[in-house]
Design a protein around this ligand. Structure first.
Ligand code: FAD
Ligand code: EPU
Length: 340
C-alpha cells in the first residue's frame, strides 16, 4: 500500500489560530497500518515529525520542515458495561465535542462539563483537557497508542498516563514517541451533576431547571463558553494561552495582602491556583495588541489572531505578557499551547 504522502500542504485551515503555515510533507492517517508503514520508511521515519489533531492547541511557524502526520481515524462505540459503568471508546480523529454529544445521546453523563472544547479525542489526554471543574482524568479508563520506538501497540491505564493539571506523561517521557489511536472512558451509571464552577448553577436556575440532566448541563456550558471565548471560525485563537499558575500559600497570601481583588482557588497539597486572566488584566493587556496578535477583550487569557499573525508575533506578545506579570506579581506564567 502506497502512503498518501503530500508535499507543501497549507495548514492554515488545520490550526485554529489560523497561522499560514506550510508543511513540507503531510500524511493523513486513517489506519494504524499506515503508522507501521511510516516507521518502516527510513527517509520518512527520520524526518522531524508533528502529530496533528484539530490544531487547536498549537502555534505553528510559517514553514514546517519535516512531516506532519494528521490523525484522522474515525469511529466510536460502546465497548461494555459492568455494575457501575458504561465503557465508551472513540478513535483519535473523532472531534471531541461531537464525541461528548454522542455520549449524551446514548443517555450517558460524565463528559458534559467538557462540551464545546475544540480538537480531537486523540489529543485530549495530552494535556488532560479540563473545564468547569472536570478533567478527562475523572472519567478516563484507558487508551491505545502506537509506539514509534518499538513499532508495537501499547495500552495505558489512568495511572500510567500521570495526569495532572494540563499535563500528562505524553508531554514528557512519551513525547514524540507514542501516537494515541483510541481512548476509552468509563461513564458512571449513577450520574451526579458537577455544578461547583462559576456560573453554571446560576444559569441553570435562571432557566428554572431544578434537577438538571447531563444535556441541560451541556447546554448551559455551551452557552457560557460561546459568550466568553472567541469562536476560532471567526477569530483565530488557541484557547487559554497560559496555564493558571500554581503557587504556594505564602505567595498567594502575600499577593492577596497587596491586591485584595486577586482571584485564587485552593488547589492540591495546600497550594493555590491563580486566575492568570486576572493577572494579565491587571497588567493592562486586556484588549491590547502587538503586531497582528491581540489579547481578547472579553477574556485576557486568550490571545487572538487579528489577521496575518505569525508564530513569531505570537511568541513576542506572549513574552511581553510574561515579563509584565513576572515584574508586577513575581509569578511566572507558563504557556499552554505547544509551540512547534
Ligand atoms: P492539536 O492542537 O492538534 O495538538 C496538540 C498536541 O497534541 C500536539 O503536541 C500534538 O502533537 C499532540 N497530539 C495531537 N493528537 C495526538 C495523537 N493522536 N497522539 C499523540 N499526540 C497527539 N483545552 C482545555 O483543556 N480546556 C478548555 O476549556 C479548552 N478550551 C479551548 C477553547 C478554544 C476556543 C480553543 C481554540 C482551544 C481550547 N482548548 C481547551 C485547547 C484545545 O482544545 C485542547 O488542548 C485540545 O485537546 C487540542 O486538541 P487538538 O486535536 O486540536 O490537538
Ligand atoms: N478573569 C479576569 N479577567 C479576565 C479573565 C478572567 O479577571 O480577563 C478572572 C475572573 O475572576 C474569572 C476567573 O478569572 O472568574 C476565571 O476565568 P474563567 O472562568 O474564564 O476561567 P479561566 O481560568 O480563564 C480556565 C481554563 C479554561 C476553561 C475555563 C473553564 C486554564 C488555563 N484555562 O480558564 O480552559 O475553559 O477555566 O473551566 O486552566 C483552555 O485550556 O484552553 C481553556 C479555555
Amino acid at each position: 500500500m502506497l502512503l498518501p504522502l503530500q508535499k507543501n500542504v497549507s495548514l492554515q485551515s488545520l490550526n485554529t489560530f489560523g497561522i499560514a503555515a506550510t508543511a513540507q510533507y503531510f500524511l493523513r492517517i486513517n489506519h494504524v497500518e499506515q503508522l507501521a508503514q511510516l516507521r518502516q520508511d527510513h527517509a520518512l521515519a527520520l524526518m522531524p515529525r508533528l502529530i496533528l489533531g484539530g490544531g487547536s492547541n498549537l502555534v505553528l511557524p510559517d514553514q514546517l520542515d519535516g512531516l506532519v502526520v494528521h490523525m484522522d481515524m474515525q469511529g466510536k462505540h460502546i465497548v461494555s458495561e459492568d455494575a457501575s459503568h458504561v465503557y465508551v471508546r472513540a478513535k483519535a480523529g473523532e472531534k471531541w465535542h461531537e464525541f461528548v454529544l454522542w455520549t449524551l445521546q446514548q443517555g450517558l453523563g460524565g463528559l458534559e462539563n467538557l462540551s464545546l472544547i475544540p480538537g480531537t479525542v486523540g489529543a485530549a489526554p495530552i494535556q488532560n483537557i479540563g473545564a468547569y471543574g472536570v478533567e478527562i482524568q475523572d472519567y478516563f479508563h484507558q487508551l491505545t497508542a502506537f509506539d514509534f520506538l518499538s513499532g508495537e501497540l501499547v495500552t495505558l491505564d489512568k495511572a500510567a498516563c500521570q495526569f495532572a493539571y494540563r499535563d500528562s506523561i505524553f508531554k514528557h517521557d512519551y513525547k514524540d514517541r507514542l501516537v494515541i489511536l483510541d481512548v476509552t472512558y468509563a461513564l458512571p451509571k449513577a450520574w451526579q451533576a458537577r455544578l461547583n464552577y462559576g456560573d453554571v448553577a446560576q444559569l441553570l436556575s435562571a432557566k428554572n431547571i431544578v434537577e438538571p440532566q447531563p444535556v441541560d448541563v451541556s447546554d448551559a456550558i455551551i452557552a457560557i463558553r460561546q459568550n466568553k471565548l472567541p469562536d476560532p471560525a471567526v477569530i483565530g485563537n488557541a484557547g487559554s494561552f497560559f496555564k493558571n499558575p500554581i503557587v504556594t500559600a505564602d505567595l498567594r497570601n502575600a499577593l492577596l495582602a497587596g491586591y485584595p481583588g486577586l482571584v485564587s482557588y485552593a488547589h492540591i497539597n495546600g497550594e493555590y491556583k491563580l486566575a492568570a486572566g486576572w493577572l494579565i488584566e491587571q497588567c493592562h493587556w486586556k484588549g491590547r495588541s502587538l503586531g497582528h496578535v491581540g489579547v481578547y477583550e472579553k477574556q485576557a487569557l486568550v490571545l487572538v489572531n487579528l489577521g496575518a499573525a505569525t508564530g513569531l508575533e505570537v511568541r513576542q506578545l506572549a513574552r511581553r505578557i510574561q515579563e509584565d506579570v513576572l515584574a508586577k506579581f513575581s509569578v511566572k506564567l507558563e504557556i499552554e499551547p505547544v509551540f512547534v
